[in-house]
Design a binder for this molecule. Structure first.
Ligand SMILES: [Zn+2]
Length: 310
């Protein structure tokens, strides 16, 4: 599957001008590194991502726009590779990663994770060169009405390599799976490590049930990253408190266009506006994380509820 996707990317970058231009622009993108309480983060200045960071995802806007993930609305030049018969692996034309995929469900159905965790684990196992990610409908997904995953090449997100050094404690064991949490406040991170797909999926279900569902929402707010290596799945779950930080809508100098999603929580903050890239500090990232992630007290309660169910 890695080779098939490699061929898809090569073909699309030859035949699709928009994608080619955006991937070429990515090679000159500016990056800076910041340290937030001992956890390394990168900041990427990526103007093309305004389409996502600046996306209006209110019900009215979503209803009135033409869904860009529906097969009927894809540009004719965009080609896909089917996965499990009902997903379509596509090249993301607005990349953050040097190799960036969008993996929509064929049908136009709402973005939900509960019934799709096994699909996510299957994708991670099939695409071993990639990290698979899921953004909840109010946690960075720019198509909350059309179920999809994304994938980015490994070796890009700091959390991939750093998590073992930042483990706080084990939360629980479940058969062939272990659940940890990280010492990375103000981010709050649970990590499933499992040699069994079923056990990883079961642990995820327990986490899901332990998270609060906000009024008017249909699933707990979260971002999820999954990867497969050394015959094990590693799944990062970031329970969320809020969609966008106060600075997103702040006036004047306080304004900072940051709409955190899986990639940001994985350690690469995306700033589509250059002035934000230049001014953002480790303190700003800590402030944003403290608003959008669950606080330490809520995180402790979540871990307790998980333990009670195992
Ligand atoms: Zn759609």
């Amino acid at each position: 599957m890695n080779q098939t996707i490699h061929n898809l990317i090569t073909e699309q970058l030859t035949s699709w001008e928009t994608a080619r231009n955006n991937y070429e622009a990515l090679s000159t993108v500016k990056v800076k590194e910041l340290n937030v309480n001992g956890v390394p983060y990168k900041v990427q200045f990526n103007p093309a991502r305004i389409v996502s960071s600046g996306a209006k995802v209110d019900a009215k806007t979503i209803q009135e726009r033409k869904c860009f993930l529906c097969p009927a609305n894809l540009p004719p030049v965009q080609k896909g590779v089917p996965f499990k018969e009902h997903y379509n692996i596509l090249v993301n034309p607005f990349p953050i990663f040097p190799r960036h995929l969008t993996i929509p469900e064929q049908a136009h159905v709402d973005q939900r994770i509960a019934s799709r965790m096994v699909d996510m684990l299957d994708l991670a196992q099939a695409l071993t060169d990639y990290v698979i990610f899921y953004n909840g409908p109010k946690c960075g997904a720019s198509a909350p009405d059309h179920a999809h995953f994304q994938a980015g090449n490994k070796g890009f997100l700091p959390i991939e390599k750093d998590w073992r050094n930042q483990l706080a404690e084990k939360v629980a064991d479940y058969q062939n799976a272990t659940l940890w949490y990280m010492n990375d406040a103000p981010r709050a991170t649970l990590v499933i490590e499992s040699s069994s797909k079923e056990d990883a999926a079961h642990l995820f279900e327990i986490i899901y049930r332990s998270l609060e569902v906000k009024p008017g929402e249909e699933e707990p707010m979260m971002n999820v990253l999954a990867l497969y290596e050394d015959e094990k799945w590693v799944v990062f779950v970031f329970p969320r408190e809020k969609h966008r930080p106060a600075c997103y809508t702040a006036e004047g100098e306080a304004n900072l266009l940051s709409s955190p999603a899986s990639v940001d929580l994985g350690g690469v903050f995306i700033t589509p506006v250059e002035k934000d890239f230049l001014k953002i500090t480790a303190e700003d990232i800590a402030q944003i994380l403290s608003e959008v992630c669950v606080d330490e007290q809520a995180f402790e309660q979540i871990r307790k509820r998980i333990q009670e169910q195992i």
